[in-house]
Design a protein around this ligand. Structure first.
Ligand code: KG4
Ligand code: ZN
Length: 337
């Protein structure tokens, strides 16, 4: 079969990214422009600023990606773009750029779901999704345990009933006066601490569902109470305590999921999969249960267009192309995949 080259664009949140992916796997070229330094000043992503900055950097990122590849747009088999979920203004910048390229170069257009992109980051480079598999999706907006029997077949078997784990990381970072994005900064200070604070264990039962808002609120209350009493908080110990409880809970639920499903593959997806404590604990679980583990390389864990190209590949093979009436869907729907 002829090699398939997908030119992919991602702009759903605060990273503008373009990539060229060969046969759903090989990263020929990847460019990412991050806006973190700007949003850091506001303690989170400001949608209006995000879309304006995407507009400023999209052509630069696309040109840079093509230049680094030594290929031409004419060589591409298709153009792929993230259309949901995300910030509407941000999504639209990528979508309109993708439509323009598709029209000018007469290439089919593929619409990709961002969360499915995170999942398919597990097909990049040396990784390969092996079916059937369980998957742990841990991002800023999602915390789900999924079961996949084949490509694009997602069964959600457990999900957070309230906050996503990344959201909890970000909100707890804020009360500890740590910069956005909270996840990596909590991880950093937790390294110098011990899990000395007693915190409630979320959803301490045998269901596969999860919950992080009680844990988050108990930490916010604890910080406020201690401040009112004039007591110092040991931030490193509190960050370590939160991380230990939250991640141990994910691991406990994964054990339950593997008890229920006779599967010996696990993939991990989403921004929180960049967390080293989570990566180590998951490795231990997989060693203990002889499970094949797939976690994307660090660079493919957070938002990037390479994962969008990987997720577009099965759609390309099935000729699932879209028209130019493609629109962005920001969505508050709980389950998007
Ligand atoms: O998947 P992602 O890039 O965005 C969504 O698609 O939602 O995930 C972003 C989330 C943020 O909540 C961020 O704080 C968290 O991933 N994150 C981390 C780490 N790196 C990013 N959380 C914990 N530890 C990290 N090292
Ligand atoms: Zn993401």
């Amino acid at each position: 079969m002829k090699d398939v080259y997908i030119f992919a664009i991602e702009s759903s949140c605060d990273e503008t990214s373009a990539a060229i992916i060969k046969n759903g796997k090989e990263v020929i070229s990847l460019s990412i422009a991050t806006q973190i330094k700007v949003h850091e000043n506001y303690g989170g992503v400001v949608p209006e600023i995000a879309s304006r900055m995407h507009t400023e950097s999209i052509t630069y990122v696309i040109d840079d990606c093509i230049k680094k590849s030594n290929m031409k747009m004419e060589d591409m088999s298709a153009i792929a773009v993230t259309y949901t979920p995300g910030l509407l203004g941000s999504l639209l910048v990528g979508i309109e750029a993708a439509k323009a390229i598709s029209l000018v170069y007469n290439k089919p257009l593929i619409a990709v779901n961002h969360i499915i992109g995170h999942i398919y980051a597990n097909n990049l480079d040396d990784n390969k999704i092996m079916f059937p598999t369980l998957g742990l999706v841990v991002s800023g907006g999602h915390t789900e345990i999924i079961y996949m029997e084949k490509d694009y077949d997602f069964k959600i078997i457990g999900s957070t009933l309230d906050d996503a784990i990344g959201e909890a990381y970000d909100k707890i970072a804020r009360v500890l006066d740590l910069k956005y994005p909270g996840g990596p900064n909590i991880e950093k200070i937790a390294k110098g601490g011990q899990p000395t604070y007693k915190l409630p264990i979320p959803m301490n039962n045998n269901s596969l569902d999860l919950s992080f808002s009680g844990l988050k609120s108990s930490i916010i209350n604890l910080v406020h109470n201690e401040k009112q009493r004039g007591n110092e908080i040991n931030k490193a110990n509190l960050a370590s305590s939160f991380q230990t409880v939250a991640i141990d809970e994910l691991i406990r639920k994964l054990h339950l999921a593997f008890d229920k499903y006779e599967v010996n593959n696990l993939l991990v997806a989403g921004g929180v999969s960049a967390n080293n404590y989570l990566r180590e604990e998951i490795k231990k679980l997989c060693n203990k249960r002889s499970i094949n583990l797939s976690i994307p390389k660090m660079i493919y864990c957070t938002d990037n267009a390479a994962m969008i190209g990987a997720a577009a590949y099965p759609l390309y093979l099935q000729e699932k192309f879209v028209d130019y009436d493609l629109n962005g869907i920001s969505t508050n729907k709980k389950y998007i995949i």
